[in-house]
Design a protein around this ligand. Structure first.
Ligand SMILES: O=C(O)c1ccccc1NCC(=O)[C@H](O)[C@H](O)COP(=O)(O)O
Length: 260
């Protein structure tokens, strides 16, 4: 089994348990469920933001513990102060040490769109995302069939959530593009062997129609890379480890954006 298959198998068990513990009706009663979602597209295209989607990431399968010291509310508030377009918070506990509580804490500290970074395989998780303050959800082409992508993306949009579709290779992009997604992210990290190459973004960008916000994801550690990716056509840049691995992620992002 690849790590991605292991993560998804574990997620299926988690969702089964979650559905027993908290019903959809319970989720729909949570105050955050009634909130109107903020638009990823509007925020990325706004001249007042810099296109970065900054991620709160305590740990990962490829790196182990990255930062378990910096509190989520403090970090995301610092990211927001640096002019980012959106915030990403990992909610997987087993492999990334995240939680839905992190999402709620982030929401309370923010006035910009918030991505629930999760391995979504069931519509239940969309309602869960909205009920805990998310504006955006991630769908990963490598783990979902086109029919599943269609039904999940349509369900997400009907809840008012923006949809970020993640692809890594050309065939995933070609089979997964659909009107019910708002943004397409090219993940530079191969989720089977964890190798990272920006060549994936550069190879795929011209194949992504302009109706989608174009996002380059993972392995970005230098403002010059953002300038190159922008020139190639990307409008947004998902960055986690580069900031989180430092002593003070809020200082790190401030230094980074000065050179954009
Ligand atoms: O980061 C990992 O090791 C990982 C492993 C398996 C599945 C997903 C994984 N990462 C999720 C992400 O998409 C990244 O956290 C995100 O793109 C930011 O990447 P980076 O800037 O390299 O932290």
């Amino acid at each position: 089994m690849t790590i991605l298959e292991t993560i998804v198998a574990n997620k299926r068990q988690e969702v089964k348990q979650a559905k027993k513990a908290v019903t959809i009706a319970d989720l729909e009663k949570k105050p955050l469920f009634a909130r109107e979602c903020l638009s990823l597209r509007e925020s990325v295209l706004s001249p007042t933001t810099n296109g970065i989607i900054a991620e709160y990431k305590r740990a990962s399968p490829s790196k182990g513990i990255i930062n378990d010291r910096s509190p989520v509310a403090e970090v995301v508030a610092g990211y927001q102060a640096a002019g980012v377009s959106a915030i990403s918070v990992l909610t997987d506990q087993e492999f990334f040490k995240g939680s839905l509580d992190d999402l709620v804490a982030a929401r309370a500290a923010l006035h910009i769109p918030l991505l629930r970074k999760e391995f979504i395989i069931d519509a239940y998780q969309l309602v869960e995302a909205k009920a805990h303050g998310a504006d955006i959800i991630l769908l990963i082409a490598a783990v979902l069939q086109p029919a599943e992508l269609k039904s999940l993306s349509e369900a997400a949009q009907s809840l008012g959530l923006s949809v970020l579709l993640e692809v890594h290779e050309r065939d995933e992009l070609e089979r997964s593009m659909m009107d019910s997604v708002d943004a397409i992210g090219v993940n530079n990290r191969n989720l089977k062997d964890f190798t990272v190459s920006l060549a994936h973004s550069l190879e795929l960008v011209d194949l992504i129609p302009d109706q989608f916000i174009k996002v380059s994801e993972s392995g970005i550690s230098d403002p010059a890379t953002i300038r190159n990716l922008r020139q190639a056509g990307f409008q947004a840049f998902l960055i986690g480890e580069n900031f989180m691995k430092t002593e003070d992620p809020t200082q790190a992002i401030q230094h980074f954006v000065v050179s954009l």
